[in-house]
Design a protein around this ligand. Structure first.
Ligand SMILES: Cc1cc2nc3c(=O)[nH]c(=O)nc-3n(C[C@H](O)[C@H](O)[C@H](O)COP(=O)(O)O)c2cc1C
Length: 249
């Protein structure tokens, strides 16, 4: 199993101790190759807001050499661990700046067969907000299922036994799920967003998006091929698509 690990903290302390606990548990369950990216070391310049990735292709991003290395790792891995401490009630600038460079994944989602685990640490506040923000970002990249765990360290500088037990349980569920290769039915949130982007590309707003959706057999599918959906979700996907199609046309 190949697992991409992204460290969104500028240091290797509280959040990193959570990552290491998860890595240990996963390694005890089977063979896992972890590829770690420490964003601080990557020195990604700020997103310039040039829209090149969205309108002209990700290879046209001024920082594409760094970003496409990370993209390759996203796409080659079976699973992703995304970690961040809470900074001023949000994720760190390191994580936010990396995610800004992947805005094109919203338009051209690629990660439908990936599963992810979000790890967040804080002193007191903001853990749910950051957890939810990172989960939503991954869902919009296409990720099939996102596990998460967040802790309030509240003055401590080490994981206690209760935290370790919780992490071990999440890591074990995550490992077993990735290992099973079973793809889950999408949530209504995932279906709504997929249907909205599908309707947008259907109306030929951005040529490169349109080509991507056709080439990947997404344009005529109510959700990414191979992902199970019951009749209610299928009906919901059709209705949402029709709604957005009317708006965008
Ligand atoms: C710049 C900065 C901003 C922070 N903002 C918050 C905050 O809004 N709420 C909070 O409870 N803790 C905040 N913290 C504390 C960190 O979230 C917490 O100590 C975290 O566990 C640090 O993780 P790390 O050891 O992986 O860097 C902040 C810390 C820093 C350095």
């Amino acid at each position: 199993m190949k697992c991409l690990v992204i460290n969104g903290s500028p240091r290797r302390k509280n959040t990193w101790s959570m990552v290491k606990e998860v890595e240990n548990t996963m390694s005890n369950l089977g063979e896992v190759e972890f590829y770690e990216i420490h964003l601080k070391k990557e020195k990604i310049p700020f997103c310039r807001g040039c829209f090149n990735c969205i309108l002209n292709g990700e290879d046209k991003c001024p920082n594409s050499d760094i970003i496409q290395n990370i993209a390759r790792k996203f796409e080659e891995s079976d699973c992703i661990i995304l970690s961040s401490p809470v900074y001023v009630l949000g994720p760190t600038g390191l994580i936010k700046n990396m995610l800004d460079h992947f805005a094109y994944y919203y338009h051209r989602p690629k990660l439908f067969n990936k599963k992810a685990l979000v790890l967040v640490s804080t002193q007191g506040s903001g853990k749910k907000e950051v957890e939810n923000y990172l989960k939503k970002s991954l869902f919009n990249f296409g990720v099939n299922k996102v596990y998460s765990c967040s802790f309030r360290f509240a003055g401590k500088n080490k994981l206690d036994n209760k935290m370790k037990d919780k992490l071990d349980k999440v890591a074990s569920d995550f490992f077993k799920d990735v290992n099973s290769k079973k793809l889950h039915s999408p949530s209504f949130y995932q279906i709504r967003n997929y249907s909205m982007w599908r309707a947008m590309t259907h109306n030929n707003n951005i040529q490169i998006d349109n080509e991507f959706w056709i080439k990947n057999n997404l344009e005529n599918n109510i959700f990414a091929p191979g992902i199970p959906m019951n009749i209610f979700k299928k009906a919901y996907a059709k209705i949402v698509f029709l709604f957005f199609n009317k708006i965008f046309s």
